[in-house]
Ligand binder design. Structure first.
Ligand code: ADP
Ligand code: ZN
Length: 432
């Protein structure tokens, strides 16, 4: 049943012993990089004296800005000729950062992705269609090699070109897909357009959905539309990319591989560690990286550790579905909200289609929130009365949940602009 049973079910005590040993050597390796070499000196941190896991909180934090400042090679802990691969982040929140891997790093990463895919039920004999962008973005190659390691037949489809994706799925009897959740919803509308039903007209069983925040409701919709299981896949380029944390069949949180990473949740304002169960910013340390070890990386992603043991028997702790990034928080009329709160409400309402965007405007001294939402085909083709009722329902639902009365603009299915990568959910026009 397990890919690496011994490691995945290692008793906590032993797991922590492995972590400590790996962390000690990571610190020694990191000290060789220009960045950590000078940070350690500046902060008076001596890696040779580090000897207890609970002292992790004394290791200096690393930010995306640090990675940008040390562009391109300032984090390297090995000589450049040891490197075999470069990847980069998407650049969602500013200039993209780059990560370098040695051959061992690529192999460890591949192993983690294989572990995740196997956990969700992928086996030799499956046909895996990878609908993520190949290239610098980690979602393409990261999954590709993991799936090959399991022995699945990989179709490196890449992103976009929906009709071709459907054709590939049908011709080669794809059983597993990797797809961005917003694109999964959109692709379903293309199935409808060409008169096909993925439940009947494909052999799909499993989808890995990730790379952007999405609500439980969105996952449920994907599962219902396609008649499959959709597993949440979390990763970030700084920690390799995909393969960091995945759901097991229990779907009660994402196991984060603690033999490869130290995981902490901190209060993003005070930077103090938070206990399991409390929501804060996820901070991670690589434990096996050779090329570019990263210590206490502030992911800016908000989540919590799900307390307690998972029924599947794996001992690696689980993180909750990501709520958003600290920078995604919108302040509207003094109220703090995350786009995912809007999504959650929208996806609960029958008639709301698959795509939406939040537009913020300033009228005089007032913030105005406009929610543009696509409507499901049947609704849109129906009478005006239905649309008006739907609009009212959305306004009421959002008002009671986020305490802001939005303007709701219902638009035709498929009419909002689509991207091949992560969906753009917010357009803020409130600049002074
Ligand atoms: P960028 O940070 O520029 O978007 P990456 O491609 O490295 O570059 O993306 C990693 C980020 O994507 C994560 O830090 C997180 O914000 C988001 N992300 C990835 N997977 C998920 C997921 N399953 N749920 C929510 N957010 C996710
Ligand atoms: Zn589990």
């Amino acid at each position: 049943m397990y890919w690496e049973k011994d490691i995945e079910t290692l008793p906590r005590e032993k797991l922590e012993a492995v972590q400590l040993e790996r962390l000690k050597s990571t610190l020694q390796r990191a000290a060789k990089s220009a960045h950590y070499g000078s940070v350690f000196k500046e902060k008076g941190f001596d890696p040779a004296k580090f000897n207890a896991l609970h002292d992790v909180r004394h290791i200096p934090l690393t930010t995306k800005e640090d990675l940008r400042a040390s562009w391109p090679y300032g984090f390297l802990a090995v000589s450049k000729d040891e490197l075999v691969r470069m990847h980069s982040s998407t650049g969602t929140t500013g200039r993209a950062t780059v990560i370098f891997h040695t051959a061992n790093d690529v192999s460890e990463w591949t192993n983690l992705v294989a572990r995740c895919m196997y956990m969700a039920g992928v086996r030799k004999g499956d046909v895996f269609q990878n609908m993520m962008t190949y290239g610098l973005f980690t979602g393409g190659l990261g999954f590709h090699y993991g799936a090959e390691k399991i022995g699945a037949l990989v179709i490196p489809a890449g992103a976009g070109n929906s009709k071709r994706q459907i054709q590939l799925m049908r011709d080669f009897e794809t059983t597993v897909i990797h797809i961005i959740p917003s694109y999964a919803l959109h692709l379903y509308t293309v199935f409808e357009e060409v008169g096909l039903d993925p439940k009947k007209d494909t052999k799909l069983k499993i989808a890995f959905v990730g790379a952007e925040p999405h609500s439980e409701k969105t996952r449920k919709r994907i599962e219902e539309f396609y008649g499959i299981k959709a597993y949440n896949s979390y990763g970030l380029s700084e920690m390799n990319g995909p393969g960091v944390a995945f759901e097991c069949p229990c779907q009660t949180g994402l196991h984060i591989w603690e033999d490869n990473f130290i995981v902490e949740i901190i209060n993003p304002d005070t930077l103090e560690p938070l206990p399991d169960g409390e929501e804060g910013e996820l901070v991670m340390t690589t434990l096996l990286r050779e090329g570019m070890p990263i210590l206490r990386y502030r992911t800016k992603d908000l989540t919590r550790i799900v307390p307690g043991a998972c029924e599947c028997g794996r001992t690696h702790r689980r993180i909750d579905r990501i709520k958003g990034r600290t920078d995604d928080m919108l302040i509207i009329k003094g109220v703090n909200i995350f786009p995912i709160q809007v999504e959650k409400k929208l996806m609960e309402i029958p008639g709301v289609g698959t795509d939406y965007v939040i537009i913020l405007e300033r009228e005089g001294f007032n913030d105005v929130m406009i929610v543009k939402a696509e409507v499901q085909k049947e609704f849109f083709d129906g009478d005006l009365f239905h649309l008006e009722a739907l609009q009212k329902r959305i306004v009421e639902a959002l008002k009671s949940d986020i305490l802001i009365t939005p303007k709701v603009d219902l638009v035709a299915p498929g009419s909002l602009p689509k991207t091949e990568g992560k969906a753009v959910r917010v357009i803020d026009n409130r600049k002074e």
